[in-house]
Design a binder for this molecule. Sequence first.
Ligand code: GLN
Length: 290
Amino acid sequence: MSRQHLNDAQSVQQLQAQLVHRLRAAGLDSPLPEARALLTHVLRLDWAGLVLAAERSVTPAEAEQLEGLTLRRLAREPLQHLLGRVEWGGVTLHVSPATLIPRPETEGLLALALKSLEGRAALAAPAVLDVGTGTGALALGLKAARPEAQVTASDLSPEALALAGHNAAANGLEVAFVLADLLEGVAGSFDLIVSNPPYLPDADRLEAQPEVKYDPDMALYSGPDGLKLARRLVVQAAGRLNVGGTLLLELDPRNVGLLAAEMRLANWTVQTHADLSGRERFLWASRLEW
Ligand code: GLN
């Protein structure tokens, strides 16, 4: 779009139509919701406000800001980075290139975590650990839904922990953050250990969607088969669960059956659970004997 074009006064509706067209032409899957999300962000409106503003003209400053974001999106920078935040699991999370963008499927892991705590109604203040918290998503989603839980969250990345701490404060939630390599450096034992660890095979990097290249590699890849960190985590977690405690993991669906089989040989009881698209992605485990 030329400068000249930018300076023409356009209505919100016209701009939206152009934007949808450009996003679609670039091969993006959801051009209309994305265009609306960018417009609500730039115009500082909610969705209803955007509908009501259809006829109003866009200021040159707004058009310019929108153009900048559009070019970044056309270069396949994730929408969430352009908006700076995501609504996830009942909390608003700021995102940055230092952390994985929380995925909708991980809300399924949050739902399982809440279910596991429901089954432990006798615990006044269950001790919960989120390993590799990233933006703080699982820890904060849990704390928001179960304020009485004592939630700890770890990450190996100081930048991620800083962002997660900011997200906790912004949501008014109290979570203890620890800089740690999985459970090494985390004190105590837990009624629930939950984790969405890096779980993709290293070779997946070669075929990653352009947007995924904006997620940090250390949040995604985990050795030749994708299980390097999950296996270490399972060994560490075995010694750190309270009696009756649960370990919940999100994994690559290609690996869920394999890790479940390995864990059964190591004295765990394991169930697997599907994500919203019906792929076995979650592993629910407890120790056979304590
Ligand atoms: N679900 C992510 C993806 O497919 C991977 C997340 C992870 O490794 N924990 O891009």
